[in-house]
Design a binder for this molecule. Sequence first.
Ligand code: PEP
Length: 249
Amino acid sequence: MRKNIVAGNWKMNNDLSETETLIRELKLQNNPSDVEVMVAPSFTNLWQAFNTLKDHSIEVIAQNMHFADSGAYTGEVSAPMLKSLGIKTVILGHSERRAYFNETDDILAKKVDTALKNELRVIFCFGEELKDRKAENHETVVGNQIKNALFHLDASALNNIVLAYEPVWAIGTGETASPEQAQDMHAFIRKTLASKYGDDFANEVSILYGGSVKPSNAKEIFSKPDVDGGLIGGAALNAEDFFAIANAF
Ligand code: PEP
């Protein structure tokens, strides 16, 4: 059975004391037993967050990492560094990394390999831009993003990947894909995986939706058969909203 997951991406928000406050508030919420709940603070707050949530079921995860294990890459953070903190999961391929930091499919394929080599689970993000959807090209774009970054992996490696479909036009815009649009794309993603790895394998992969998920729309989106949870941006910065979403299955 694939897992339901709700992951909060805090992006470049919250200093140390704001992070501590948010974690205190998160600990007061009602934690669903059948959903994996994760939060991704900024690098500077990872260690504090990890220790504060050590005995809690909320998993602390990273927002990004470099493809090299070490070296002359000023300002970057490596997979072994994350691992040494106890971090077990990293988000890769977020559309903001692709758009503002020029992360291509080739770079992301290398990052995925490095993460898996270091035994980190990956939440791999991808999604089409508005122009792709308007041109009805969204399935081709998404299919290529998946194939280019992941299809060199064998099934046992891909077992450690969670997919996150995030249409760029829905991220931070308040505009959500309709539950039907999300379901159609998630079914297409599963079909794409099945074409290489088989139906049984594709049915075990968790596929999250991301893009303006809120307490008011989470239930309907999560009710779709191929949607296994969400990657949450803005609403993850409020503990009550975030847990309303985590409890929306
Ligand atoms: C995200 O950044 O991954 C995201 C889904 O953001 P938001 O929920 O704010 O649209």
